[in-house]
Design a protein around this ligand. Structure first.
Ligand code: ADP
Ligand code: MG
Length: 258
């Protein structure tokens, strides 16, 4: 890892939670075959300056939980809060990066990144400025006018990241963001992302990421929640002590986004 990384302030880890999930349950109606309990009484807390991993088998309900925290579904039971308030739908403070990138194929890189800002009513000139800054930050400079089909998988996921970061969310949710990429591409993107985070250049306060790759979880996360299946619930928590501390609350970063 990069030796220039600045030390993290440990007290940042004891901050007020950005996101909490309390006793979250999700049951899907399966019609004639009854119902499927996917999540049962899931508790989690995401605090400022931390990257938390959700590690579990395929089908254990990780994406369902992430979608609930993103406000894309309302869980069958339990409560999700963001900055102390109950979440009842998508919030501009929480952005999501999907495994499958979820880009609009008919839009250019720049247009794909601007989409989130349109929904927020940001005026066109400001939209463009912020989208270009996000594109530049994530290493896509020069590809503004390319279409997704002209890009490699790694670059497409960079667009997904730029689109998430451009709204200046406080929380970034990532659902297996590297699992559709080959090993080397995944490693490069992971490293770039971690460098941005470590250097305090990414305008976010905390990351919750789903993965089924334990190595990735250990490399990226401060805490790893182990998800059990049938139904999905947190069965263990691992704290990771990185040899290179990562600092997210750098004053220079704050000056950039506030
Ligand atoms: P993971 O991300 O851990 O692989 P998911 O949350 O995607 O798990 O899915 C957990 C279970 O819930 C799976 O059995 C899946 O088929 C089921 N499931 C997910 N979404 C829906 C849905 N919208 N309707 C019905 N069943 C679903
Ligand atoms: Mg999933």
């Amino acid at each position: 890892m990069d030796a220039t990384v600045t030390p993290r302030k440990p007290e940042a880890l004891d901050g007020t939670p950005l996101v909490t999930a309390e006793k979250v349950g999700q049951t899907y109606d399966k019609g004639a075959s009854g119902s499927l309990v996917v999540l049962e009484s899931v508790d989690l807390t995401l605090r400022p300056a931390e990257i938390v991993g959700l590690l579990g088998r395929s089908g254990s309900g990780k994406s369902t939980l992430l979608r609930a925290i993103a406000g894309l579904i309302t869980p069958s039971s339990g409560t999700i809060t963001f900055q102390g308030r109950r979440l009842t739908g998508p919030s501009s403070g929480i952005a999501v990066v999907f495994q499958s990138f979820a880009l609009f194929p008919w839009l250019t890189v720049l247009q794909n990144v601007e989409v989130g800002l349109e929904a927020q009513g940001v005026v066109p000139a400001e939209r463009r400025k912020r989208a270009l800054a996000a594109i530049d930050l994530i290493g896509l400079d020069g590809f503004e006018n390319a279409y997704p089909k002209e890009l490699s998988g790694g670059m497409r996921q960079r667009v997904g990241l730029a689109r998430a970061l451009v709204v200046h969310p406080k929380v970034l949710l990532m659902d297996e963001p590297f699992s559709a990429l080959d090993v080397l591409t995944a490693e490069t993107l992971r490293t770039d992302l971690l460098d941005l985070w470590c250097e305090g250049r990414m305008p976010i306060e905390a990351i919750l990421m789903v993965t089924h790759n334990i190595e990735e979880a250990v490399l990226m996360c401060d805490r790893i929640l182990i998800f059990g299946s049938n139904p999905g619930r947190v069965i263990a928590e691992i704290r990771v002590d990185m040899p290179q501390p990562r600092n997210r609350l750098d004053p220079a970063f704050r000056a950039l986004v506030e």
